[in-house]
Design a protein around this ligand. Structure first.
Ligand code: HEM
Length: 456
């Protein structure tokens, strides 16, 4: 398998890259600040970079053509990286994110319709309610922690959207929130660990995470048992009712549990993170914020946005896309080579780890002019055609593209519009934004914001 048909490929150790430190290579930088590392080495070495990490053959991809190869391959050369999946698996279980092969293909076929655009639109009232609750919560507040506020908004939305806000889900809100946080922290810890001890040893952190996973499972299981009457709009009910279009088979009880837990974890943190950065960027770019506000005032005039309104809010949509370009919540997508392959003129061995990085790709001057400048007009209809499909990959691409893409592009902009028309959100001065690596970008510091109501 090859990405080009030129002369004899060069050996993989010729792939350009940083030298790193003796013995540890870039392992320490990768743990401390993968964002700066990825940005700098992409600028210095190009679209295919060798990452010196002891015991690994790891490559960072930001060239859109190489990414296209990695994400579209359906010949079995490129796979999901099993060691990384094992790290996520322990918290997430065997849902779509972590399964491979025939199991994944079958389950994706069954679940695809649940997240199709027309079905997802039924969540309109749920999204509106989450925006309204946020606005109500902020009345009378002067300062907020924007990160936890967006997490709370998304948690309410996900609970309501998954479980129709059944009395059981509502009464267990705090328990679910706590268990979800513990699991997400655990996944982040495993994802970023140089040596993931918790995978092999019964460490206290592992035991605690498994206890919380069981607690979430018990709650979801009870909800399957007592599915809300008329709750056919919620995702849990649709997972139970979904049938394989080829065989008519349904998901088993444990598969429904795995997929519900996966949808919960994959959909919640990613969208909350995107909303955090959308407000952050608007607070740093007053002209763009004024343009968003003018659009919201003109189209909505104070009422909550509907799904249909989004077509009338092109600038707000562009802001959301530009946010996902500069701060793609899923900042790295893991792949591995099952067989040797030629990429960018180099022969990479079987077992090579490929880090397809939306972060590095979106911030490379090779792919985007003046890449660090916030400019929503990049996504204006007249400019969109010029964007390489694999230079903008916040939701990945190919067969394993995010199943929640339509949902994220509905709930994200609707929440942004519903909240931004009522409140201005400004970064408190004197704090520094600090990011950490996780499955989604983790915001470690710089989350305090002032909220100011906008006229009435
Ligand atoms: C802004 C929000 C979101 C971002 C940036 C995002 C990003 C991504 C990316 C990059 C992938 C591909 C991973 C890969 O190829 O290995 C992915 C997969 C996935 N996402 Fe999302 N996601 C978002 C929201 C959601 C939502 C709302 C849901 C659902 C409830 C969801 C569920 C999933 C699932 C189940 C997969 C695995 C799909 C598969 O492998 O078949 N995501 N997401």
């Amino acid at each position: 398998m090859t990405t080009e048909s030129t002369a004899a490929p060069r050996p993989y150790h010729d792939v350009p890259g940083p030298r790193g430190l003796p013995l540890i290579g870039v392992a320490r930088d990768l743990l401390r600040d993968p964002f700066t590392l990825f940005e700098e080495i992409t600028a210095a070495h190009g679209g295919l970079v060798r990452l010196p990490i002891p015991g690994q053959k790891t490559f960072l991809l930001s060239d859109p053509e190489l990414i296209k190869f990695a994400l579209l391959d359906n010949t079995g050369v490129v796979t999901k990286p099993v060691p990384l999946l094992e790290r996520v698996d322990i918290a997430l279980g065997k849902g779509l994110v972590t399964s491979v092969g025939e199991t994944w293909r079958r389950n994706r076929r069954i679940i695809n319709p649940v997240f199709a655009r027309d079905r997802i639109q039924r969540l309109e009232p749920t999204i509106q309610a989450a925006a309204r609750d946020t606005v109500d919560r902020w009345r009378g507040a002067a300062e907020i922690d924007l990160r936890s506020e967006m997490a709370r908004t998304m948690l309410e939305l996900v609970l309501e959207g998954l479980f129709s806000g059944s009395p059981l889900a509502t009464s267990k809100f705090d328990q679910i929130a706590e268990s979800l946080m513990v699991l997400l922290r655990f996944v982040t810890r495993l994802f970023m660990a140089a040596i993931p001890y918790d995978l092999y040893l019964p460490t206290p952190v592992r035991l605690r995470a498994l206890w919380h996973r069981r607690r979430i499972d018990r709650i979801i299981d009870e909800m399957i048992e007592h599915r809300a009457e008329g709750g056919e709009a919620d995702i849990l009910s649709q997972l139970v009712d979904a049938r394989d279009p080829e065989t008519g088979a349904a998901l088993s009880r444990s598969e429904v549990l795995d997929e519900a837990r996966t949808a919960f974890l994959a959909g919640y943190e990613t969208t909350a993170t995107a909303l955090f950065f959308a407000f952050l960027l608007l607070s740093r770019h007053p002209a763009a914020r004024e343009e968003v506000e003018a659009e919201l005032d003109r189209v909505l005039g104070g009422r909550m946005p509907t799904v249909a309104d989004l077509a009338e809010l092109p600038y707000t949509m562009q802001v959301f896309h530009e946010t996902l370009r500069l701060y793609p919540s899923a900042w790295v997508i893991g792949r591995a080579l099952a067989k040797p392959a030629t990429l960018g003129g180099y022969r990479l061995p079987a077992g090579a780890q490929l880090h397809v990085s939306p972060w590095a790709t979106h911030r490379s001057a090779r792919n985007w002019p003046d890449p660090l400048r916030f400019d929503p007009s990049r996504f204006a209809p007249e400019n969109r055609g010029a964007i390489h499909k694999f230079a903008y990959i916040p939701f990945g691409g190919g067969a394993r593209k995010c199943i929640g893409t339509h949902l994220a592009l509905l709930e994200g902009p609707m929440l942004l519009a519903g909240i931004a028309q009522h409140f201005r959100v400004d970064e408190e001065p004197g704090q520094t934004l600090r990011l950490g690596g996780g499955v989604a970008i983790d915001v470690l510091a710089g989350t305090r914001f002032r909220v100011t109501p906008r006229g009435g």
